[in-house]
Design a binder for this molecule. Structure first.
Ligand code: ADP
Ligand code: MG
Length: 309
């Protein structure tokens, strides 16, 4: 078996929230991510979908070691990076990068685009200043912006152009793994399609593996090889993209799919919105399942959360 580019094993994150209505009330535990295991193979794009608040961003940030998991393991390219201190983590930082929906805050307004893109090379002490600048300009070109953009500043860019710059900056260290957290959610439809095509192109070209986080199922369908569906901090279904879209087994996945806008109104099925309690109650009952909800393989590579029934 090939070594996964990224592997998450039983990741959990419990946030401590101050208890309401008291200075001395202590904290309550808010489990945002509960026992999430994911495998991102090399050269693949894995979609992580689910409604707002389901725990996608928390999972992506833990995968990049940008926040600490409460428990579980993170492996990059076969190396367990979970417990590494900042110095030991630094060489792995080169291998993993993240792009956000709101990249504006990530782009220093005082720096030219050339410097913004070259900065990771500078931080890791790679190449001379001249080589760093040249690589940044070459990458600007690669992400579809003219080299002249190198002298510009972030405020001069459109949303789509800023996202191209953020992608260039993320890729200049030639990472193995890219986490893209809703990278197209703030963009117009036509710009969205351009950024998706760019990501696909770069993924193939650079041998990247992408964890693509999105609540936009039509984008996920066109981009990913495999999909994991998150609900309430857990993975409730995971399968090859065509199986998720053609043969969803979990009621939560089915509900998400029924909410996708369709072009022809006559094809529109009635929307089904289930409450969290209804979804929990509707957890599939399968012979092989345990007494508490857990993932069961219902077809090769197709796992669904189920309980014994
Ligand atoms: P998603 O990206 O799917 O919208 P998030 O990972 O952002 O979900 O959030 C998952 C849950 O964790 C939500 O209930 C959210 O309110 C909570 N959460 C996220 N970040 C924090 C934080 N820093 N402190 C406390 N709770 C948080
Ligand atoms: Mg999010």
């Amino acid at each position: 078996m090939t070594t996964p580019a990224l592997e998450l094993r039983n990741l959990c994150k419990t946030y401590q929230l101050p208890r309401k209505g008291g200075w001395f009330g202590g904290h309550i535990d808010h489990p945002a991510v509960r026992d999430v295991s994911l495998t991102l193979p090399p050269n693949a794009i894995l979609g992580l979908v689910g409604e707002s608040g389901s725990g996608k961003t928390t999972t992506g940030l833990m995968a990049m070691r940008l926040i600490e998991p409460t428990s579980g393991r993170i492996l990059i390219d076969g190396s367990d990076i979970t417990g590494l201190d900042p110095a030991a983590l630094k060489p792995f930082r080169r291998k993993m990068q993240i792009v956000f929906q709101d990249n504006y805050s990530a782009l220093n307004p005082m720096m030219t685009l050339q410097r913004i893109i070259a900065e990771p090379l500078h931080i890791h002490g790679i190449g001379t200043a001249e080589e760093q600048a040249e690589q940044a300009l070459a990458l600007l070109d690669r992400v579809g912006l003219h080299r002249d953009f190198g002298r510009r500043y972030p405020h001069e860019l459109s949303g789509g152009q800023r996202q191209r710059v953020a992608i260039a900056r993320a890729l200049i260290l030639r990472p193995k793994v890219l986490v893209a957290d809703e990278p197209t959610s703030a963009l117009d439809v036509s710009v969205k399609a351009q950024i998706i095509n760019l990501l696909l192109d770069l993924q193939r070209d650079m041998g990247l593996s992408i964890l693509f986080i999105s609540h936009d199922l039509s984008v996920v369908r066109s981009l990913t090889d495999r999909v994991a569906v998150m609900f309430n901090g857990r993975i409730v279904e995971t399968a090859a993209t065509e199986s998720i879209f053609g043969d969803a087994r979990h009621p939560y996945t089915q509900g998400l799919l029924s909410a996708i806008p369709v072009l022809n109104p006559r094809d529109r099925r009635p929307r089904r919105f289930l409450s969290p309690a209804e979804i929990q109650a509707a957890t599939p009952r399968l012979p092989g399942a345990g007494s508490t909800p857990g993932l069961v393989e219902v077809a090769p590579g197709h796992l669904v959360e189920a309980i014994a029934g």
